[in-house]
Design a protein around this ligand. Structure first.
Ligand SMILES: Cc1cc2nc3c(=O)[nH]c(=O)nc-3n(C[C@H](O)[C@H](O)[C@H](O)COP(=O)(O)OP(=O)(O)OC[C@H]3O[C@@H](n4cnc5c(N)ncnc54)[C@H](O)[C@@H]3O)c2cc1C
Ligand code: FES
Length: 507
């Protein structure tokens, strides 16, 4: 996360820089006092904003200028250069804007400019919004409703016992012991009370009465809605393992799950990770960071080959092996007896910590019981509306018509869930906004981030620009000559450029 307290970089922008030094389309990092500021030029227009992304402090001057916005190089958040607003998740908080003056061939950054919020509230806003789910999509929706100056009631029902958390952190820095628990909540408790968001934890919604516009809780109480957002996410798949005790195999979705693994890891010496999924391997990396011996058992030949192709799969495997992970590929766990796991191949492993990461399944029970249209997920239209009036859906449960791939797709990506929550919020307010963001996800293994834009379930051509093993590459997944997706390592600007190209292709 953020490195703080360093000397501010670049020129003192309050003293001015030569206009000629700022090329059209360029960004430049400097400072005003001890605050780092980025100046940008787009044609004859000049902008100055805070230099760091409000998500994880990414360096915006190393991102991409697109019109009057800047995109963060790390996880593709987008900010308005005019207002500082975080236009697209994973950032929510605005960055500072500064006034800029051009005189005598120089550009001077003056003082911080007041924020200029531009709510889009429509006259069709409902009185009562209910959100089922306190995760990425649910949080982003509630935040956007209030950002848009929505004055009606927001009830957020979550069956978790923790307020919305930074879920990606649960398998990465938090699990590795590099991030304190204060970093995990998306917002402090005050945020909900101050913004009039009635967050009810441990509130397990039992059913929805779509006709009466009510959700029902197990104690028989009802919560009425005018607009409902379903954002129930997904739950880890649990494969049965003969002999394993009921709580012996950990899965990872919630803060409680991550805490339980950490607790066990305190005394564990050897861990078995079942499944070479993103989460499985991130857990492996975090447990290695804790000095635990880690064995990964998975049926595939190469980790992640299905999603990233063979070259990236080999790289990911080699990266983990460099850090001491032992793979048992093309194998499965046949049974567990005490601390001994037997493999289908006949071998056995000792493990005092077992984590299963074999994928997730969308939580569709509520939608199914309410009679909503299901299609390998909860079917929504381009506006994220379900088949029932006044019910929208977002996040891991939603299958939407993706204009870029031309298919209806469902993904399990943090940023997609948040952006869908944001768009669903606008649509619940009566605006008609299509969800047309290009899908994006990232994964982190040790010091290596992998970024992925687009969506390719299969491809007929795979082009590697750069060198995967040197951790400097952009891999394009193409079908019929068209780039469907691109994965990258340390090619952040190229990844952003691919994203923009995909957006323009579909437009
Ligand atoms: C450990 C981990 C690491 C990850 N890392 C990454 C990453 O690096 N990059 C990436 O792109 N994605 C990552 N993901 C995936 C990402 O977190 C999900 O795609 C995202 O959280 C989906 O958001 P969501 O709102 O749909 O669901 P969730 O965030 O899971 O939220 C669902 C919410 O609904 C609640 N709920 C469910 N049923 C009910 C009910 N009946 N009543 C009340 N509440 C209910 C749950 O308690 C939860 O609060 C990771 C996931 C995990 C688990
Ligand atoms: S640090 Fe900017 S999007 Fe994550």
């Amino acid at each position: 996360m953020a490195e703080q307290d360093a000397e501010p970089s670049g020129p003192d922008l309050s003293q001015g820089i030569a206009f000629a030094d700022l090329a059209d389309g360029a960004m430049l990092l400097g400072h005003v006092g001890d605050e780092e500021v980025m100046v940008a030029r787009q044609g004859t227009e000049l902008f100055a904003v805070g230099a760091h992304c409000s998500h994880y402090h990414g360096p915006l001057a190393e991102g991409l200028l697109v019109g009057d916005t800047v995109r963060c190089p790390w996880h593709h958040a987008c900010f308005s250069l005019r207002t500082g607003e975080a236009l697209a998740a994973p950032a929510f908080s605005a960055i500072d804007c500064w006034s800029v003056e051009q005189r005598d061939g120089k550009v001077f950054v003056k003082e911080k400019a007041a924020a200029k919020p531009s709510p889009k509230l429509s006259s069709k806003a409902p009185d009562r919004v209910v959100i089922v789910g306190g995760g990425a999509a649910g949080f982003a929706a509630a935040e956007m409703l209030r950002r848009e100056q929505y004055k009606g009631s927001i009830v957020m029902l979550s069956n978790d016992d923790a307020a919305p958390v930074d879920r990606p952190n649960l398998s990465k820095d938090y699990l590795a012991g590099n991030a304190p628990e204060e970093w995990v909540p998306l917002r402090g408790d005050d945020f909900y009370s101050e913004n009039g968001i009635d967050l009810r934890l441990k509130a397990n919604v039992a059913s929805i009465d779509a006709r009466a516009h009510e959700v029902l809780l197990p104690d028989g109480s009802k919560v009425a809605y005018d607009r409902l957002l379903l954002a129930t996410g997904a739950e880890p798949v649990r494969l049965p393992v003969p002999g394993a005790g009921p709580s012996q195999i950990h899965t990872l979705r919630s803060l409680a799950d991550s805490r339980a693994i950490i607790e066990r890891a305190k005394s564990a010496k050897r861990a078995l990770v079942i499944g070479a999924s993103f989460i499985g391997l991130e857990v492996a990396a975090s447990l290695r960071h804790r000095g635990i011996e880690v064995h990964v058992v998975a049926p595939e030949k190469r980790p992640m080959e299905r999603i990233l192709g063979p070259g990236m799969g080999d790289f990911v495997r080699a990266l983990h092996e460099e850090h001491g992970v032992v793979f048992h590929l093309e194998d499965t766990v046949a049974g567990i007896a005490g601390s001994k796991a037997t493999l289908k191949s006949g071998g056995s492993l000792e493990a005092d910590l077992v984590v299963m990461g074999v994928g997730v399944r969308p939580r569709l029970e509520l939608a199914e019981k309410a009679g909503l249209k299901i299609d390998r997920g909860l079917a929504v239209d381009a506006f994220l509306a379900t088949s029932a009036p006044d019910i929208h859906a977002a996040g891991d449960i939603a299958r939407w018509p993706d204009p870029h791939s031309g298919q209806s797709i469902r993904v399990e990506h943090w940023v997609v869930a948040e952006r869908q929550g944001q768009v669903a919020a606008l649509n619940m307010l009566g605006l008609r906004q299509k969800f047309d963001a290009v899908p994006f996800f990232w994964s982190q293994h040790y010091d290596v981030p992998i970024n992925y834009v687009g969506h390719a379930e299969k491809w007929d051509e795979l082009l590697v620009d750069g060198d995967i093993a040197s951790r400097d590459c952009l891999v394009r997944y193409k079908q019929g000559g068209r780039t469907l997706a691109a994965a990258s390592i340390y090619r952040d600007v190229a990844s952003l450029q691919e994203e923009v190209a995909m957006e323009r292709q579909a437009a």
